[in-house]
Design a protein. Structure first.
Length: 355
């Protein structure tokens, strides 16, 4: 890969010679402007407004346009005297956790390649230190005539640098969110969660630019003198009148789409009814099971108490019966009645005990 910048990383007193190469590339199809009548190229020429003539590149310089429209010339010599210590140096100023970086600040991505054999050891040292600390390096560097902010992180065995916007270059999201107060119901959130579960995850490597592929087919067909293939028309989205119905239809369509792509039963996302949420988002109190259990326990205890009372009554009755029998026996044992008791005992035949 061709380098676009040569310099060094300043890591304290350690200097690491590096080359800066683009980490990304564009695959967009570009067009040229032509004259539709004869197909001639339309080109832009740099013309001086005062002399009304085309000028060469070596005649063109820089100027700052003032508020009143006047031009203030700025030469390369003026720029060379600016106090930019990072002209050829990526100066690391801090190490912070990666989550501290707002994705809105992230811009172009570059790879930092070690420049020559002497850079291999300090380059590896910085890479291993970044990896072990789970942090990223914040640095300043100059590129294309201006000082920039960057973030260094480990990607595989290399160090990558992301250009960052300065904090004051990121706009606040004022006036972006809806002004009117909108209330989202729990049922709608449940369906949205079910839709996300149904869509599931995807391997980003499987994504591709379908528009560019279709455009390349059109160009190839026209170059061969053939009729360009017709692209199927997408159904125009209708107005969302019922959000719940739209969510339910989306979940159903997502399930059918996932099933139609050859996903097995085990891979099919499960659409489930999520638990009802309370407005306060607190855990609902336990109902049903515990109440029925305590009620059954109370009933069982009442039965045991009733059984004990019945048993006590039976025991008392037996004791009273035995006491009455004892009293009658004692009366029969008094003097003067012994003979009668004996004769009665002789005349009464003994009872047979039943088995």
């Amino acid at each position: 890969m061709r380098s676009i910048w040569n310099g060094a990383i300043s890591f304290g007193l350690v200097s690491i010679p590096v080359k800066l190469v683009n980490a990304t590339e564009s695959h967009a199809v570009s067009f040229r402007q032509i004259h539709t009548e004869d197909g001639g190229r339309i080109r832009y020429r740099k013309v001086c407004e005062l002399e009304d003539r085309e000028v060469a590149q070596d005649e063109i310089g820089k100027a700052y346009e003032d508020a009143d429209g006047s031009m203030i010339p700025i030469t390369d010599e003026d720029l060379s005297h600016l106090p930019i210590p990072t002209a050829r140096t990526i100066e690391i100023v801090a190490f912070v956790p990666e989550e501290r970086i707002d994705p809105l600040q992230m811009g172009s991505a570059y790879y930092l390649a070690a420049s020559g054999a002497p850079a291999a050891k300090p380059y590896t040292l910085l890479r291993e230190a970044l990896g072990r600390s789970n942090r990223v390096a914040i640095a300043k560097f100059a590129l294309r005539g201006r000082e920039r902010l960057g973030m260094l992180r480990v990607v595989g065995d290399a160090i990558a640098m992301h250009g960052l916007l300065w904090p004051d270059e990121v706009r606040a999201p004022e006036g972006v969110a809806p002004d009117a107060g909108v209330t989202v119901r729990d049922q709608e959130l449940d369906l949205a969660d079910a839709l996300m579960d149904t869509l599931g995850e995807i391997d980003l490597d499987d994504l591709h630019d379908e528009y560019r592929e279709a455009l390349e087919q059109v160009i190839a067909a026209k170059a061969a003198g053939e009729t360009p293939p017709e692209t199927r028309e997408e159904a125009a989205p209708g107005k969302v009148l019922d959000l719940m119905a739209a969510l339910e239809s989306s979940v159903r369509a997502a399930r059918e789409s996932r099933g139609g792509e050859g996903a097995g039963p085990a891979e099919e996302a499960e659409v489930r009814t999520l638990p009802q949420r309370t407005p306060s988002r607190r855990t609902p109190k336990e109902t049903g099971g515990k109440k029925s259990t305590s009620t059954a326990a109370k009933k069982t205890e009442a039965k045991k108490t009733a059984a004990k009372e019945t048993e006590g009554k039976r025991t008392a009755a037996k004791k009273s019966t035995a006491s009455a029998a004892g009293k009658s026996t004692a009366k029969s044992a008094r003097p003067g009645k012994k003979t009668a008791a004996k004769s009665t005992a002789k005349k009464t035949p003994p009872r047979k005990r039943s088995a």
